[in-house]
Design a protein around this ligand. Structure first.
Ligand SMILES: Cc1cc2nc3c(=O)[nH]c(=O)nc-3n(C[C@H](O)[C@H](O)[C@H](O)COP(=O)(O)O)c2cc1C
Ligand code: SF4
Length: 431
């Protein structure tokens, strides 16, 4: 596939306005300003674009929930979610650092479609270089008349604010992000009310991922049919960035159509398994919160929303983590559990207690103190966390835990009986 989202990556000065414009940048914004906001929303609906932040919600539909009659007292806002903290995920960083104007253009078009005159880009604190790149690009865009009062003489004004987070995974969850943006502690809020009714500062707000917004200029420029033609079917459309890490020879971010066969990602883009002679054992397809798949479940698998849901997992943030047969899956499960226990905001008892207990029980098994009833206990704790909390972080911890135990039960049992890993899994923790 001809690169779309990564077309400027690797080109000298790709972060600058001059290079971006020379390669056709900001023409889509000009075109968009000649359309009505409703026409833009319909265009994005027709493209089939689904959010790239994890849940895969249809973007045009989400935009259509925003009020059509904002006032100075009750304005509409757009927020770009550039928090990107899911382990295994590093695609938004590539876009921000290499092509910040593409993100600004996507943000501007989306803001116009949403009748918003202010947009926020919330970038994770650890992305210091990305934040600087964005700030420099914003300065250039403002000087060129793309941002600020009366954008390109259209009568529509738009300010963009870049806000740096302080390094908490939970601030990627949309309602926690809004609290953090307002200057408070990043605690998720109960829904409803949904952000389209009550978002940042209590105003109607739409939140979109970086990659989602970067798709928008191309949809405007090349049309919904072009976008829809990329991908396996009407529900899984467009170009996609896949993050590949773990036991592969060439880890990295790769662009391909939505629905890329997993085998092509690992063997083609990734150059195959890292350690010679070792077979594939498991894959976490969409970032650490998505249920692990055994090698045999990966045969013929496509990387898209529906194919992965059918396989019992999720595309999530497309953070594909590959593990070979030398991987100790109990160690990986412990590492994942530790992350969620550390990142729980603590507001809901099932999450605060559950993530802690999952971590403690797996750690006990791994230290050789496991009890035969521990596997049922883990499942019971995880079940009690699903669907019972303010935000989906509890599910993000429970789902992988249940999948690890169900799919690699023999390895957990071996630890419980013998206090050490199965021989085949002893030569590399992968954690
Ligand atoms: C615990 C948690 C962390 C999340 N982290 C991110 C993140 O870092 N980036 C992101 O875009 N979405 C993240 N999300 C999803 C957002 O809540 C939201 O659905 C998304 O930003 C919407 O954008 P989209 O419709 O363009 O996908 C997270 C969700 C949860 C529950
Ligand atoms: S589920 Fe966990 S992270 Fe989410 S609000 Fe509740 S305690 Fe906080």
């Amino acid at each position: 596939m001809e690169p779309v989202l990564t077309r400027n990556v690797g080109i000298d000065g790709s972060q600058t306005l001059g290079v971006y414009q020379a390669r056709g940048g900001y023409l889509a914004l000009r075109k968009a300003l000649g359309l009505t906001p409703d026409a833009l929303v319909n265009l994005v609906k027709a493209s089939g674009l689904r959010g790239r932040g994890g849940a895969g919600f249809p973007t045009g539909l989400k935009w259509s929930f925003m009020p059509k009659d904002p006032t100075p007292e009750r304005p509409n806002y757009l927020v770009c979610n550039a928090d990107e903290s899911e382990p295994g995920t590093f695609k938004d960083r590539l876009l921000i650092e290499n092509d910040p104007h593409m993100l600004l253009e996507g943000t501007l078009i989306a803001a116009y479609a949403l009748r918003a005159e202010r947009a926020f880009i919330y970038i994770r604190g650890e992305y210091a270089y990305g934040a600087k790149t964005l700030i420099d690009a914003l300065r250039e865009a403002r000087a060129a008349g793309y941002v600020g009062r009366d954008v390109l003489g259209s009568g529509w004004s738009c300010e963009i604010v870049i806000h740096r987070g302080a390094g908490a995974y939970i601030c990627g969850e949309e309602t926690a992000l809004m609290d953090s943006l307002e200057g408070g502690r990043g605690n998720p809020r109960l829904k409803p009310p949904f952000p389209a009714a009550h978002g940042v500062y209590g105003r109607p707000t739409t939140i979109n991922n970086v990659e989602t917004l970067c798709c928008v200029p191309f949809i405007v420029e090349r049309g919904a049919d072009w976008f829809k033609a990329i991908g396996p079917d009407e529900k899984n459309t467009g170009p996609k960035l896949y993050c590949l890490s773990g036991h592969v020879r060439r880890p990295g971010v790769y662009e391909a159509p939505m629905g890329l066969p997993l085998a092509e990602l690992i063997d083609g883009f990734g150059g195959g398994m890292l350690r010679p002679g070792r077979a594939l054992k498991a894959v976490i397809p969409g970032g650490s919160s998505t249920p692990v798949l055994r090698a045999e479940e990966c045969a013929g698998l496509r990387m898209d929303f529906d194919a992965l849901a059918k396989a019992g997992s999720m595309l999530g943030s497309a953070g594909c983590i590959v593990m070979d047969e030398g991987t100790d899956m109990v160690a990986v499960a412990e590492r994942v559990a530790h992350f969620y226990a550390h990142e729980s905001c603590g507001q809901c008892t099932p999450c605060r207690e559950g993530t802690g207990w999952i971590e403690k029980v797996i750690a006990r098994i791994r230290r050789g103190g496991g009890r035969p009833e521990d596997l049922e206990l883990l499942d019971e704790i995880a079940q009690g966390m699903q669907g019972t909390t303010i935000c989906p972080l509890a599910d993000a911890a429970a789902m992988p835990c249940r999948a690890f135990v169900a799919k690699f039960r023999d390895e957990f049992e071996h630890y419980i009986e013998r206090g050490r890993p199965l021989a085949a899994a002893a030569s590399g923790t992968g954690a």
